[in-house]
Design a protein around this ligand. Structure first.
Ligand SMILES: Cc1cc2nc3c(=O)[nH]c(=O)nc-3n(C[C@H](O)[C@H](O)[C@H](O)COP(=O)(O)OP(=O)(O)OC[C@H]3O[C@@H](n4cnc5c(N)ncnc54)[C@H](O)[C@@H]3O)c2cc1C
Length: 588
């Protein structure tokens, strides 16, 4: 067993991983491991923007931003973390600009800002311009910029290495086990600090805006080490995925003035959210769209989609502010958005839940927030939790750079204070080798693709925007049988080089594990809150469910559910804005 040594191992080269790497590489020897080339990480697909109360286009304050985030999260977000994020946002954006991000500009040359769902002025009065953007390629430019900053700081990249396990010695996380996708070799890395920034898991659903690589591997790996996942039942469906494909049309399209219409051309969001209309939060709009379709007002021959109308925008506005999505509509649906409305449907987009962490990115393992030594997580795979039950658009990119940096800083301090490295155990790679040999030795059984397709369809049918007791109970049974079927899944390719068939099989096991936490979390949450709309319990129930779910599933599929309290720092502080942060009915 060969062992590769670094001070710090960061798994994942999206914005969260790279931002942490930039920070830590100033002082330590940092390696970033990624199953993709860094620039192919899903962060590069982010379109609409990254928010901060810069107040460049109109009056705005971090306090208003914090209010919107708390309310958007349906009061399940941890208020200490939300305060940290919103206060740090303006600094974080200016820093990204100084790193080299080419933001779109106002006439005066300041960073331009546009409205986005759920972001308002003066505690909910009207939409506010808070989202900074670079046309509709914001994630792309941020990712390239941070990658360059990493190269400048001599961060060592291991691309096309897939992490399959973490190494633990005496309860301390001290490395990872990787599979070299190019050669099929298994390597062990030893470090003082390990950080996961492995991104989201939209691929557990059939219709999704997420890249193929978003299979949530990190979540499956941590559960094998007894770390539960937090708030997994909250899965965000973005209102505007291209019809039948799920490819994203940014909310920026509505930020620029686009509106949603039903079959009779009615701008129906005026009925549901009179103040902010088409800029209501995503959970709400997705539900309203489903409602319109259910009540027979869907568009098209099957009456199953909604129109996103941009035809009243000027051609210049579409070409300069929304070039990417306008090309997508033309290529994939043959629709020119300047002439015809774009057919859209809600698409699985974002995971509010994930690996529980504190505000310094340290992974915590229980309801008492006990820290796992040597282990950090940030970005979409983590749950800090700033998004609670529903994330506001443009708050994810912000979350990545704020908490990526904080984790990086904390890691530096830890590395400096920790003298020797905890060694990896002699047989650290044994479990991974056994797993791979087991999968390759199977000769009879179903294909991985078939089981994965059934999982994705089941999650879509039973655990998506609207949930019921009956659907969730049936999903609990389905996941058991999918787990059994996966044990015998056969891979055709028995080779070593680029054996994606084998990796698909391993990813499928992770997907089944965390999908069960989504189902169980949803089954046990007998209320409706944010993205979790339970038709048998249509009201929010603060008395019983104002708490975070912690769900752990073991290899055999046995689950354990615990809860931990929500941090209400802003509602409990003795100050003039206290009342604003106390939980109340969420109206827009
Ligand atoms: C189409 C789209 C548009 C979006 N637009 C916006 C927007 O405008 N504003 C906003 O705020 N948010 C947006 N989001 C959400 C946001 O982009 C994501 O939440 C965010 O980019 C996630 O970043 P990350 O750094 O956590 O992970 P990612 O960028 O997803 O990167 C994950 C990394 O982990 C690596 N990895 C995963 N598993 C392994 C493994 N087992 N071994 C090794 N490496 C591994 C991958 O190679 C990759 O480098 C959008 C999302 C999508 C899908």
């Amino acid at each position: 067993m060969s062992v590769i040594n670094h001070d710090v191992i960061i798994v994942g080269a999206g914005l969260a991983g790279l931002r942490a790497a930039v920070e830590a590489a100033e002082y330590c020897d940092v390696a970033v491991i990624s199953k993709l080339h860094p620039l192919r990480s899903h962060s590069g697909a982010a379109q609409g923007g990254i928010c901060a109360a810069l107040g460049n286009e109109e009056e705005d304050y971090p306090l208003w931003h914090a209010f919107d985030t708390v309310k958007g999260a349906d009061y399940l977000g941890d208020q200490d973390a939300i305060e940290v994020m919103c206060n740090d946002a303006p600094r974080a954006i200016i820093e990204m600009e100084h790193f080299g991000v080419p933001f779109s500009r106002t006439k005066e040359g300041k960073i331009a800002q546009r409205p986005f769902g759920g972001h308002t002025r003066n505690f909910g009065e009207a939409p506010v311009r808070r989202a900074c953007y670079a046309a509709d390629r914001t994630g792309h430019v941020c990712l390239h910029t941070l990658y360059e900053q990493c190269i400048k700081r001599k961060v060592r990249f291991y691309s096309e290495y897939q992490v399959l396990d973490i190494c633990e010695t005496e309860g301390v996380v001290c490395g990872v086990v990787t599979y070299n996708i190019r050669t099929g070799e298994i390597d062990v890395f030893n470090s003082k600090a390990v950080m996961f920034a492995t991104g989201g898991f939209g691929r557990a659903y059939k219709t999704t805006s997420n890249a193929h690589a978003n299979t949530g591997d990190g979540l499956g790996i941590v559960m094998r080490h007894g770390i539960p996942l937090e708030d997994m039942e909250f899965v965000q469906f973005h209102p505007t995925g291209l019809y039948r494909l799920g490819i994203l049309v940014t909310e920026g399209a509505r930020g620029e003035g686009g509106v949603l219409r039903n079959a009779s051309g009615e701008r129906f969001m005026e009925r549901y959210a009179p103040t902010v209309k088409d800029l209501a939060p995503r959970d709400m709009i997705s539900r309203c769209m489903y409602q319109e379709v259910r009540e027979g007002r869907g568009v098209g021959t099957a009456k199953d989609y909604i129109s996103l109308d941009l035809t009243h925008l000027s051609l210049k506005q579409i070409e300069t502010k929304l070039p990417e999505i306008s090309t997508f509509a033309k290529i994939y649906l043959g629709v020119d958005p300047s002439k015809n409305p774009i057919p859209v449907q809600p698409t699985c987009h974002y995971a509010m839940g994930g690996i529980p962490t504190n505000v310094d990115g340290r992974v915590v393992t229980d309801e008492k927030n006990t820290v796992k030594i040597g282990f950090w997580a940030a970005g979409e795979c983590a749950c800090v939790s700033v998004h609670g039950a529903n994330r506001l658009g443009t708050n994810s990119l912000l979350d990545l750079i704020v908490f990526g940096r904080r984790a990086g800083k904390d890691i530096v301090q830890f590395v400096r204070e920790t003298k020797g490295k905890m060694p990896v155990q002699k047989d650290a790679d044994k479990k991974v080798r056994e797993k791979i040999n087991n999968i390759l030795s199977r000769t009879k059984g179903e294909s991985v693709g078939k089981i994965r397709a059934d999982l994705q369809q089941m999650m879509m049918d039973k655990v998506s925007v609207f949930r019921t007791e009956e659907l969730l109970a049936s999903a609990c049974r389905d996941i058991k049988s999918l787990r059994e079927r996966a044990k015998n899944a056969v891979v055709q390719d028995k080779g070593k080089e680029f054996n994606t068939d084998l990796l698909d099989a391993i990813e499928l096991e992770f997907m089944i594990d965390y999908s069960q936490t989504i189902i169980e979390g949803a089954y046990h949450r007998k209320e409706s809150r944010g993205a979790h709309a339970h038709e048998d319990y249509p009201k929010r129930d603060d008395a019983n469910f104002m708490k975070h779910t912690l769900c752990l599933v073991d290899e055999g599929g046995h689950s354990e559910i615990k809860y931990k309290p929500v941090n209400m720092a802003l509602a409990e502080r003795n100050w003039e804005y206290r009342e604003k942060f106390v939980a109340k009915e969420r109206k827009y």
